[in-house]
Design a protein around this ligand. Structure first.
Ligand SMILES: CC(=O)N[C@@H](Cc1ccccc1Cl)C(=O)N1CCC[C@]12C=C[C@@H]1CC[C@@H](C(=O)N[C@@H]3C(=O)N4[C@@H](C=C[C@H]3C)CC[C@H]4C(=O)O)N1C2=O
Length: 112
């Protein structure tokens, strides 16, 4: 069973550095990435995958959307969430990109 992408938005992927108390660009990427929500229909799982727009081979983020995850739209163009290891941030290219992405994440959270 393959995975279906339910959204593709443009965002710069950031990670929060807890030691430095600062946001940093995700490993290995500068600038914008394509961020997607993938749905694995077989086992009804979802993940957030980001690939650099300059080099699609570079996966800059790949994390599961887990049940009851809190996805925080801190501003109309900056969304963030955390797992036990890491805080992730997406600085979207536009409010539309951000809204479309949030809709797909909310849809995933509704079905988990
Ligand atoms: C309970 C909980 O976990 N709360 C988390 C948030 C959260 C809530 C609920 C569920 C999950 C999560 Cl994740 C929390 O508060 N966190 C998560 C780590 C960081 C932070 C803690 C402190 C700082 C203070 C300022 C604020 C911040 O980063 N604002 C942004 C900002 O400074 N920037 C980014 C853009 C815009 C702004 C919005 C782009 C780059 C930089 C900049 O503008 O230059 N913070 C946070 O969000």
């Amino acid at each position: 069973m393959s995975e279906v992408s339910t959204v593709k938005s443009r965002a710069s992927v950031m990670m929060y550095n807890n030691e430095k108390k600062a946001w940093e660009p995700a490993e290995g990427v500068r600038g914008m990435s394509h961020v997607q929500v993938y749905h694995h229909e077989g086992n009804n799982t979802f993940r957030i995958v980001g690939r650099s727009m300059t080099d699609h081979q570079v996966v800059v983020i790949n994390c599961s959307i887990i049940r009851n995850m809190k996805y925080n739209a801190a501003t109309p163009t900056f969304h963030q969430w955390r797992d036990q290891r890491q805080v992730y941030g997406l600085n979207f290219h536009s409010k539309d990109d951000a809204a479309q992405f949030k809709d797909a994440v909310d849809e995933a959270l509704d079905t988990l």
